[in-house]
Design a protein around this ligand. Structure first.
Ligand code: AMP
Ligand code: ZN
Length: 666
């Protein structure tokens, strides 16, 4: 088969699979097979840049960086919606409509109101050409590069679509996806995000689209604007959008009267709690586009649509006790233990109180009657105290001074909201938490060992740090509860197998605060082995790209601790990987040490990512903008004229890809 045909075939197949997986939720091939097809396409595209396509499924992985988001004026203004809160509001609205339209029979389309960040997508000849945020409604930011990484946004449409149109929707994070992101952040010792909506909208403005690609964002669509669309009503519009490949939730309903609308609202006010994403209401739209046109817009919103806002569910209950949890990194979280109460379909017994400030701000006390709400967050929160019910003998809450697990005096760093237990090597919860992190999938991935077993092993005195895992024997394990011959064997084998885990993951597994997966990779690459990293100073560390002071301090602190050093030495003696492998090292040198490169334009033989990797592997730094600190600008085709002038003005040598390769191989 011709290369070009193969490329096109692969793109077609991948598009189809993307659609099945991300839009229809019904994949027909395995993730592995999908990855294989994607890899094949990536390789072919690299060898044959002449067949480049800005809609290729390979763009889904991201990589493009946007420094400044360009402001774009919307071709059609993006309006707000008027809000309503009751049946009477809706009946009034219907009357107003009928005053304008006369007494015509009215149908409505009811949709859920998705709670995320509004987006307007422009398609020309079936391809996504632009994605712009709502901004102030008149103009927004061009976030096309980032939007292209969202898998449910089609880059190439299917079926019989109009030549040009805009389609509007909402970028959201599913509740599951949001929870997973937060688990990872907590595992990395970072503060969790507050709610899915703000996180979704923040994601659109990340500069590195590669990071956007990793977030479980989705795009739910609800409206099309354009000429000669050949569509008569709102409900049909949704169906058409689905046909062309967009993700349009099927909960939308065509209603024959306001009575139907009210029923839809009643049903979803309850059922919304089962949805995989958040909704804060229902949007009701006059169905016929002909009628919509006649109704038109007010200064702020369409007259033909109305948002009905669900009441955020609130209940009041008694706060029995405030307890305190200790995390793996020693962070203390106060928890409100409530008199169990039914809220939004679930029984709520606990609510997070976040930190000492929060308790003080709301003056929350044990014995108080409090108002609890299920908002954006998965864990319900306390929004206020019912002071009329405060008992006479009530006393203000004094925040704990010592760790509830180990009794050590807590500390609170300048500028941080959270209290910490500093006893990281002696505090039982921190110890088991660290071991649990060590064995987790993205770290040492030890099979046959789970969180509960870790606790059991610790309680039985068999382990007190993660190095102890490597001395466990089958004989020690067998007497334990629920430990059969086979599971003991699996555990020991799993521990042994982890000796193969590469250095960067070992580094992540150590659980150094703020050293997440990405930082661990950066450090492994920069220092190549633990002995070099161990003696790095704060200044050394900060010099590494993307390592800030906070991380640097945390790393130095970790290796200044005798206990940690001892554990690392033991791990080393058992054969845990503490340096990059031969293979990883082979392609690395210090050739470009101290040199900073800016890469600009399109390249012939190397991809941009590959070029950057070569620079970094050989000790160089890649910067995104030209400054007096730049050593070389590597320029490909289409280098931006402003970059060129800047480099020339600063007297920075501009070299070609060939020059670069010659330098590398000299
Ligand atoms: P507001 O920002 O409260 O004025 O509400 C208007 C926003 O609701 C619009 O910008 C839309 O992005 C968003 N929205 C969410 N779901 C829908 C929907 N089904 N139909 C129309 N707008 C929606
Ligand atoms: Zn403690």
């Amino acid at each position: 088969m011709q290369i070009k045909e193969r490329i096109e075939r692969l793109r077609e197949e991948l598009r189809e699979h993307n659609h099945k997986y991300y839009v229809l939720d019904s994949p027909t091939i395995s993730d592995y097979d999908f990855d294989m097809l994607l890899k094949e396409l990536q390789a072919l595209e690299k060898q044959h840049p002449e067949y480049d396509d800005p809609s290729s499924p390979t763009l889904r992985v991201g990589g493009g960086v946007t420094k400044n988001f360009e402001t774009v004026v919307h071709e059609h203004r993006m309006y707000s919606l008027e809000n309503s809160y009751s049946k009477d509001d809706l009946l009034d609205w219907e009357k107003r409509i009928q005053r304008i339209l006369g007494d015509v029979p009215l149908q409505y389309t009811c949709e859920l109101k998705y709670d995320g960040a509004s987006i307007s997508l422009t398609y020309e000849e079936g391809k996504l050409v632009r994605a712009v945020t709502r901004g102030d409604g008149v103009q927004g930011d061009d976030v096309t590069t980032n939007i292209k990484t969202i898998k449910s946004v089609p880059l190439q449409l299917k079926g019989n679509y109009p030549e040009k149109f805009h389609i509007r929707g909402e970028i959201i994070l599913t509740l599951d996806g949001f929870a997973k992101m937060n688990q990872e952040r907590i595992a990395n010792g970072e503060e969790p995000y507050m709610n899915p909506r703000n996180t979704a909208s923040g994601s659109l403005k990340l500069q590195d689209s590669g990071q956007v690609a990793q977030r479980p964002l989705e795009c739910l669509l609800y409206g099309i604007i354009g000429k000669d669309l050949n569509i008569a009503d709102q409900f049909e519009m949704l169906e058409k959008a689905r046909e062309w490949g967009f993700k349009v939730p099927t909960v939308a309903r065509l209603c024959q009267s306001m009575t139907d609308v009210l029923e839809f609202i009643e049903i979803w006010d309850v059922k919304r709690h089962e949805l995989p994403y958040e909704t804060d209401g229902v949007v009701i739209k006059v169905n016929k586009l002909r009628n919509q046109e006649e109704l038109g817009f007010t200064a702020k919103s369409p007259r033909w649509a109305m948002a009905y806002k669900f009441k955020s569910e609130q209940v009041s209950t008694v706060l029995n006790e405030i307890t305190y949890q200790v995390g793996r990194t020693g962070a203390i979280t106060p928890v409100a233990n409530l008199e169990p109460v039914l809220l939004a379909g679930t029984v709520v017994k606990r609510a997070s109180l976040h930190n000492a400030d929060q308790i003080e701000r709301l003056d929350i006390r044990e014995g108080d009657t409090v108002f609890v709400e299920k908002g954006g967050e998965i864990i319900p929160k306390i929004i206020a105290v019912d002071l009329t019910k405060r008992p006479a003998n009530s006393v203000p809450t004094t925040y704990i001074q010592v760790c509830p697990e180990c009794g050590t005096a807590l500390i609170r760093n300048e500028g941080e909201a959270q209290h910490f237990c500093p006893n990281d090597t002696g505090c039982p919860t921190q110890i088991t938490g660290r071991i649990q992190h060590f064995i987790s999938r993205k770290a040492m991935d030890i099979e046959g060992l789970g969180a509960e077993t870790v606790e059991l092993l610790f309680k039985e005195g068999l382990i007190s740090n993660y190095a102890d895992l490597y001395t466990l024997t089958k004989e020690q394990l067998l007497p334990l509860e629920r430990m059969a011959e086979k599971s003991a064997e699996n555990l020991v084998d799993g521990v042994q197998a982890s000796l193969q885990i590469p250095f960067e993951r070992v580094l992540f597994a150590l659980g150094i605060r703020y050293v997440g997966e990405t930082v661990a990779k950066k450090l492994a690459k920069a220092y190549k082995n633990i002995d070099a990293l161990k003696v790095a100073t704060i200044e050394d560390l900060i010099a590494v790209d993307e390592i800030g002071e906070r991380i640097a301090e945390s790393v130095v602190q970790f290796f200044n601790n005798e206990t940690n050093l001892g554990i690392v030495e033991r791990l080393k003696s058992y054969g845990v990987q503490f340096s990059l492998s031969e293979e990883q090292l082979e392609n690395q040198s210090d050739k470009f040490k101290g040199k900073t490169f800016v890469v600009s334009g399109v390249f012939e033989t190397l991809g941009r990512t590959e070029l950057k990797k070569l620079i970094e592997d050989n000790g160089g730094k890649v910067a995104s903008s030209i400054s007096s600190r730049t050593t070389y600008v590597v320029a490909g085709d289409n280098m931006g004229p402003s970059k060129k002038t800047k480099a020339e003005n600063l007297g920075i040598p501009i070299i070609t890809e060939q020059d670069f390769l010659t330098m590398l191989n000299s």
